[in-house]
Ligand binder design. Structure first.
Ligand SMILES: [Mn+2]
Length: 327
């Protein structure tokens, strides 16, 4: 039961620690990774970020003296412990270090209910808002200080995974962690501007294209937007420009299933990524797990090995059968 103490023990027993997170890292993955690296370095441990994908542009300001060591420049022998953050299964670990898992002692700190417990020590807390929140709790329990540089990274983890403390995963412990971070004097308003108020014209045009493609299904209870590979190419956009778009169908009143479908760049044959946001009635994580993906009850996703039109038909049929069989 007390996996937090097990996690602290694993960290205490290690002198040379590698930290990584899931591919295509989001705000929580980056914030937790940078935050934990800074906390552990301040305790005198050797802590390195290994094989992490580079941060998307909007999060690049978070990088300070942090160095991402590519797998080609190191090996599993250089560490006593690999900490994998915000990652529910091994297929989400960067491919270049996936084979480190059996070779090295591993600690997984995660909050996905779909977590497969792939590590030696698994500290998994599905009710935690974010791994950032879990790192705050760990630092406090272990007596590790959280300085302002770590607090800034963990703040990003908290606000991005909770929709700035608006989603139902925000709990009293989330705001207590937030209070701990605020006491270090971090510039929260500047951080907010860096992440949320940096849209460019191409991203706004991409949102416009998605809005044009809005569809309603199941008597308005399922709202869907989609973007094809051609939409991205015409507007000069990449998948990175699309990370807020699932919030567009979420805003439709009466839609308790919001869905964003888009074709990934450069994948041949074409693949379609699906992002789900659901209300309390529908468990997006279990539906996405059946489709080969995973995530959280209210926010989950999967990738289907087919072009957008087929993926759209398939997912709408799966949603209908699972959630609206009567209608
Ligand atoms: Mn997360």
């Amino acid at each position: 039961m007390n996996t937090l103490n097990d996690a602290i023990e694993a960290i205490r027993a290690a002198g040379r620690i590698a930290i990584t997170t899931h591919i295509r890292p989001d705000g929580d993955a980056l914030g937790a990774t940078l935050g934990l690296r800074r906390i552990l370095s301040a305790t005198g441990r050797q802590a390195s970020i290994v094989a992490m994908d580079p941060p998307p542009l909007r999060y690049r300001f978070m990088m300070r003296e942090d160095v991402i060591i590519p797998a080609s420049e190191t090996s599993s022998d250089a560490y006593d412990l690999l900490i994998v953050l915000d990652t529910g299964s091994t297929d989400r670990i960067p491919a270049s270090i996936r084979d480190w898992i059996p070779r090295l002692r591993t600690l997984n700190i995660d909050h996905h209910p779909t977590n497969t417990r792939f590590a030696d020590v698994n500290h998994v807390d599905p009710v935690a808002s974010s791994v950032g929140e879990m790192i705050c709790e760990l630092a406090e329990r272990a007596g590790f200080a959280i300085a302002a540089d770590a607090a800034e990274a963990l703040w990003v983890a908290l606000i991005t995974d909770t929709g700035r403390f608006a989603y139902s995963n925000t709990r009293p412990a989330t705001l207590q962690a937030a209070a701990t971070l605020l006491r270090t004097g971090i510039p929260t308003s500047q951080i907010d501007d860096r992440i949320y108020n940096t849209t460019n014209a191409a991203q706004i045009r991409l949102q416009g294209r998605a809005i044009e493609h809005l569809e309603l299904h199941e008597n308005g209870r399922c709202a869907l937007v989609s973007l094809s590979r051609e939409d991205f190419a015409e507007l000069g956009c990449t998948g990175e420009d699309a990370d807020e778009i699932v919030n567009i169908p979420r805003r439709v009143m009466g839609a308790d299933v919001a869905l964003f479908l888009y074709e990934l760049q450069g994948e041949n044959p074409r693949e379609t990524k699906a992002s789900f946001r659901t209300g309390e009635l529908f468990d997006a994580a279990s539906l996405c797990r059946e489709l080969g993906g995973g995530g959280h009850a209210r926010a989950a996703g999967c990738t289907l090995p087919m072009p957008l039109p087929q993926a759209r038909e398939h997912i709408l049929a799966v949603i209908h059968n699972a959630w609206f069989p009567e209608s």
